[in-house]
Design a protein around this ligand. Structure first.
Ligand code: NAD
Length: 457
């Protein structure tokens, strides 16, 4: 039993019958990642929109490497079944569009795919970066994909997701970690989103020889706010993927912090990240572990008040913890050899920083500020072959959301394409993917992990 009574009810034997009869919205059980799980649980359909597509070859080669059966005809009978039997994924190479007329080929491929994709299936559209087109017709066609994907994601059922990857010119061979993330069940709660690969020029790296079961092997990571909630799950997920983890939290959370550090076989550092000495203390501690490869800025606070009732101390404490502390630590990381070449910074923003939230002007300001920080820091990190990216969680089942009034909580859960809240592990999986060395071509991105919550963009 979860604490989501509605989901438990509509998934129970009698509840399913009643829900079907009176038309209650279903709540799909999402397939989530477990070590050893295959990338896809069945066959894939792979389409191309134009003869100029530049990524289908890369996708086909990845799928054949991992033993997935691939068909180009979206009506192909699969495994002795019919032309309507279920598939695990539909992927369309939508690069090379020259005008909106080319979109018809994508519709022709995706219409049968939408009917065939199975529970927790994956639909991926891969297109060119709109901003890299100067012709109005080309740019219009590229941008159209966003509306198509966001709308299709609202139609997909049974926990299937629909997402869009924009691939910069020349980055087609730098897609592997991104394809693996979006196709696998690590991205269970990422739906209706768009992400760019290779847009900040100058990236370098390789995914040759990566152990995809332990993609963080040999890397040392810091996670702030690791005593509980999302941070504790991030620490466990990074450990599962092979990292050595340094867990940071305030001294008042010392016991819980020690438990997380014990669970992950890592070290605990009691530190208030807003202290003047926090950046230097963090770097000194990391130096004793041989330096740092990954920094996850997860610690965050809310001090919610309507703006009309806001006071300066509350305002400042939110901006200090959620934004200023990260800026100060990043400055120190950029200036220090302790933060290794090829390092990864991952920060936690929020839907409140994108769409805004009543009672959360300080929090929303801090979380939007985090996005500005990512935008400006991404190009600065290129010379270190490092990256910075953000996750923007929506409604995640934590102690914080369990304490919400019932109406707010139910709206947060149901007003999304997944009709449920996400789990801390959904945020953690996204962070762990950004943290991989193999994600070298993903820089300056903000990815919502919110089951396509209907609030905001
Ligand atoms: P949480 O309150 O359960 O955990 C936050 C942790 O940060 C706590 O252990 C706390 O002690 C620590 N922390 C606070 N101030 C600190 C400081 N000055 N120095 C060091 N550690 C400090 O919160 P959570 O729900 O797990 O959220 C984690 C992150 O995710 C936050 O940045 C939050 O804003 C963001 N987020 C959460 C949700 C959600 O639905 N829970 C949604 C969007 C964004």
């Amino acid at each position: 039993m979860s604490n989501d009574w509605y989901s438990d009810f509509v998934n129970s034997g009698v509840g399913k019958t009643i829900a079907g009869q009176v038309g209650l919205p279903p709540v799909p059980r999402l397939r989530r990642y477990e070590p050893g799980q295959p990338l896809l649980s069945g066959a894939a359909l792979l389409g191309t929109a134009t003869a100029d597509g530049r990524v289908a070859k890369v996708v086909r080669s990845l799928l054949s490497d991992v033993g997935v059966e691939v068909h180009e005809d979206p009506q192909a009978p699969i495994g002795g079944g019919s032309s309507t039997s279920k598939v695990a994924a539909g992927i369309v190479d939508a690069t090379g569009l020259s005008s909106p007329a080319d979109l018809a080929a994508i519709q022709g491929f995706l219409t049968p795919v939408m009917r065939r994709v199975g529970p927790s299936g994956r639909i991926l559209v891969i297109g060119d970066v709109p901003a890299q087109a100067t012709s109005p017709a080309v740019r219009a066609a590229r941008r159209s994909l966003e509306g198509l994907v966001r709308s299709a994601a609202k139609e997909a059922r049974y926990g299937a997701t629909v997402n869009l990857i924009h691939v910069a010119d020349g980055a087609e061979n730098d897609l592997e970690s991104t394809l693996r993330f979006f196709l696998s069940s690590r991205s269970a709660f990422v739906d209706g989103q768009r992400l760019e690969v290779g847009t900040v020029p100058g990236f370098s790296g390789s995914s040759q020889g990566v152990d995809w079961d332990k993609p963080l092997a040999g890397r040392t990571a810091v996670v702030t706010g690791a005593a509980r909630g999302i941070g504790a799950t991030v620490a466990k997920t990074l450990r599962r993927d092979g990292a050595t983890v340094i867990c940071v939290d305030v001294p008042a959370a010392g016991d819980a912090l020690a438990r997380t550090a014990n669970d992950v076989g890592g070290s605990a550092l009691q530190l208030d990240i807003t202290a003047d000495h926090a950046p230097s203390t963090l770097l000194e501690h990391a130096q004793r572990h041989g330096g740092l490869d990954v920094v996850v800025h997860n610690a965050g606070i809310t001090r919610d008040k309507l703006l009309a009732n806001q006071d300066r101390d509350r305002w400042n404490s939110v901006i200090d913890v959620n934004l200023n502390a990260q800026l100060a630590i990043n400055d120190a990381l950029l200036a220090s050899e302790v933060f290794h070449r090829g390092g990864r910074i991952v920060t936690v923003s929020s839907m409140a920083g994108i769409a805004g939230n009543r009672g959360q002007t300080a929090y929303g300001a801090s979380k939007a500020g985090v996005i500005g920080m990512v935008d400006a820091t991404a190009p600065l990190l290129v010379e270190k072959d490092a990256t910075i990216n953000a996750v923007a969680p929506g409604f995640i089942e934590t102690a914080m959301t369990a304490a919400m009034p019932v109406g707010t909580r139910e709206a947060g859960r149901r007003l999304s394409s997944m009709t449920q809240g996400g789990l801390p592990v959904d945020v953690a999986e996204t962070i762990a993917w950004f943290a991989q060395g193999a994600s070298y071509a993903v820089n300056g991105q903000v990815l919502r992990v919110d089951g396509q919550n209907y609030l905001g963009a």
